[in-house]
Design a protein around this ligand. Sequence first.
Ligand code: C2O
Ligand code: CU
Length: 489
Amino acid sequence: MTINRRQMLAYLGGAVALGVGIPVLSGTEEAGTLIPSQLPLPTPFQTRLPIPRILSPQSHPDHPGADYYEITDQVADREIIPGTRTRIWGPDGTFPGPTIFSQSGRPTVVRRVNKLPIPTVNHLHGGHVPSASDGFPTDLVFPEGHAGHSDMADDPMAVTTVGSRDYVYPMTQRAATLWYHDHRMGATGMDVWNGLAGFHIIRDAEETALPLPSGDRDIPLMVVDRSFDQDGEFRYSESDGALGDVILVNGAPWPVADVHACRYRLRLLNASNARRYRFALGLPIVQIGSDGGLLDRPVSHDTLDVAPAERFDVIVDFTAHAHQEITLTNQLGSGGTAVVMRFRVGGPIPDHTSVPARLSTVPRLDRAEAEVVRDFTFQRGPKYWSINGQVFDPARPIATPRLGACEIWRFVTDFHHPVHLHLVPFQVLSRNGLDPGPADVGWKDTIDLRPAELAEVIVRFTGYKGRYVLHCHNLEHEDMAMMATVTVV
Ligand code: C2O
Ligand code: CU
């Protein structure tokens, strides 16, 4: 396989000086290099929280019986920092892209049209989908006129298209907060930084029947960090993890949301390339769901650590805080990155919602069911970033689980690595031989591994055979080849 530029840099030494970054020296909680903005940063809490546009399903003769959506990835200039324009690569020209709602059991087809100057790959993160629609990193969609060549995709099994691709999602999975984002081999960090991400939320009858806050009291919050140059353009550099100094929620810097004094459901998504957050509100954060949907029962947290790609579905009760301001902070940040957004609480309204003590039934996978135990060691440079000493090779699987098999996977790491597996969610069995952490509950598809940690997860490979990936979701680590092919056989 051809080694792309970023992997070459990794081979040459992960810390090759790449220009603009300042390494973060704040101990063990952050993994990355801060890219300083070059313009005066906006005053927090001046911009209203945007809610990404919700797409309406269409029908299409090519896909009878499916909810059909068409999204065009295109260049657009958006006002992110007030008074400036930022060129983005946006789904439908927006950042975040539009939100899709799917109903469990009802197939969804998303046609992604590529009008960008680069090839794209779209991945539905958390999706239980056939390999051909998963967004394998070399299954590139080239823009019209750039017919099918890339030095990054010297992969005989890659299925590339020109102009567009139809991603087919059977939606045979429970309600959960998924998201979509670019997954192009060697360039995911840059593509996502430039805007290629959005929410894809699945609903089902079980969840809809619960008395949880809904409608405009069910708010998806995509939290990212970005940096800007003096003209307001995104500033990015390849590094050991790109960290920005501006926090955007749903694409707006440190926004403010007007809420009533009642319960809200917040769907927290850390869509940052590399930044971890420790969210705090000064009031209890009641977790009802994780990456893979509802928990058995709610879990109350004072703070919540959220690594890249993780989702936490939480209920926050503003009832006792009428006419107050409640700030969502990040206890792992400093200066501007220590605050995220603000809720401006109005008066009370009648609230008929509640948080049931029993939310759902999460069947436990049992150790005794596992037929295979596999070890995966995530290692950073100095020579390259690897899993079990291998850099990403699309053609050479690191594991070939049998369809239907239950396996225990043990992840070991030297550094912060949010480890993500495609296709199927897992359950966390242990961390360093001890019980999982308070936020490791439910079905996960991403686990936040801390330095020198060993975590065990249990997973059953259901649904589809074919090629998927296991990788670090620090996007710069992923681009530096900390990814492996997993082929279900
Ligand atoms: Cu969120 Cu392999 O990705
Ligand atoms: Cu990593």
